[in-house]
Design a protein around this ligand. Structure first.
Ligand code: NCD
Ligand code: ZN
Ligand code: ZN
Length: 394
């Protein structure tokens, strides 16, 4: 291929530090081939995969099995999270150098991972390598009764008061006491960002994530999308969303929380329908569009989708375009306009909550470590060409 890049923008390949590729155990929803193909088409050249698979990634054996299973399938580079349980302190210690981070669910979500007691939380916080982040899902259990897994579909009901952020406060206090790095997954409210900012001023090593779902959708979209818009944490009000944009300085990473579920799963009655929406393929398009309308600069986007995740998770040779980094490169036509549709979604779920969204800025070519892997709608990369990331501390 001869590529004329004279009218194109160059961007570093994005790092999506929050995906659920469902392998093993949920491969009717996604597997590592479909998930990494969707990533590639979306300009994401590195993904960090969550541990709430079946079995959960909570023992050395389960981690090794997962690596063996996905390595021949991946078309982008990848790393893994290890899952914290009440009892797996020793397993975590053995696996720490092989993973990007430890995921600890302080509130329940899809899957069975959950740690709510003080003692195991404290032990994980004090023993996991202090400079490697523990990533927490810090939704209060009590708020889930209103918004989440047992939520009511009656949107005319008055909204209950916003949660007290008990889980987040506990996580921050224990991180302060133990002096460890903490990364807060999917923050959605001004209150959370205020608590994080306060903790930082006290010297707590805390970073945080926001998802494109919460940056670009609100509870009004939830009404339109029904079960397809059900997610933990839930889509919030317009004023909550405005706060995320207003406090963008406090937010370190934009991770998609790519959580695909089949139409069959989503079409169940509301209470049974699982939470989560796909997002890895639409991350860069949505942010290019936001940049083209002046809502955010490309520099601010690259910081949150490349430099910061590379630094926070200690990803060797990954990061913004500079000497010594892998040639993970995306070429974008900033003038081209199109509409997102379900048709080009490569995730096995086959749908996106962003169908119908008008986008300015089209991904044309994607290189993974110097090799042209995606070219104008065609995936050129072969299964297994993606590699496991290495960690700076390992
Ligand atoms: C995620 C999933 O489906 O795996 N669901 C979600 O609603 N976000 C789990 C999670 O990230 O909490
Ligand atoms: Zn979560
Ligand atoms: Zn998630």
């Amino acid at each position: 291929h001869v590529i004329d890049a004279s009218k194109l923008l160059v961007l570093p390949g994005f790092i999506d530090s929050h995906v659920h590729f469902r392998e093993p155990g949920g491969t009717q929803k996604e597997d590592f081939l479909s998930g990494t193909r969707a990533a590639l088409a979306g300009g994401v050249t590195t993904v960090l995969d969550m541990p709430n698979t079946q079995p959960t990634t909570d023992t050395q054996e389960h981690l090794s099995a997962k690596i063996a299973l996905v390595a021949p399938k991946a078309v982008v580079d990848y790393g893994f999270y290890f899952g914290a349980t009440d009892t797996n302190i020793d397993e975590v210690a053995q696996a720490a150098h092989k993973v990007a981070a430890l995921k600890l669910y302080m509130g329940s979500s899809t899957g069975s991972l959950l740690v709510t007691e003080f003692s195991p939380i404290y032990r994980h916080f004090s023993t996991f390598p202090l400079r490697k982040p523990i990533v927490v899902h810090a939704e209060d259990e009590q708020s889930l009764h209103y918004f989440g897994t047992q939520g009511s579909q009656d949107h005319n009901q008055a909204r209950p008061p916003i949660s007290a952020q008990i889980a987040l406060s506990r996580a921050l206090a224990i991180a302060e006491k133990t002096g460890r790095s903490l990364h807060i997954a999917h923050t959605t409210t001004q209150r959370e960002l205020e608590l994080i900012q306060e903790a930082r001023q006290k010297g707590v090593h805390v970073t945080c994530e926001v998802t494109p779902l919460h940056l670009f959708l609100t509870e009004a979209d939830q009404q339109r999308l029904g079960n397809y818009g059900k997610v933990n944490p839930p889509l919030r009000s317009q004023s909550d969303q405005d706060a995320l944009w207003h406090y963008l300085d406090v937010i370190d990473t934009i991770g998609t929380d790519h959580a695909p579920h089949t139409r069959q799963d989503k079409d169940q009655p509301y209470a049974q329908a699982p939470s989560g929406m796909p997002g890895v393929q639409t991350l860069m398009p949505l942010l290019l569009n936001a940049a083209s309308s002046g809502r955010i600069t490309l520099e601010e986007v690259v910081k949150r989708c490349v430099s910061n995740p590379a630094r926070i998770f200690g990803l060797k040779n990954k990061g913004a375009l500079e000497a010594g980094k892998d040639a993970d490169i995306v070429l974008v036509d900033p003038e081209q306009e199109y509409e997102i549709t379900d048709r080009e979604i490569l995730s096995k779920c086959g749908w996106t909550p962003f169908a119908g969204t008008h986008i300015k800025g089209k991904i044309e070519h994607v290189f993974v470590r110097g090799t042209l892997a995606y070219h104008k709608g065609a995936i050129l990369a072969t299964p297994g060409s993606g590699r496991a990331v290495q960690y700076v501390d390992a």
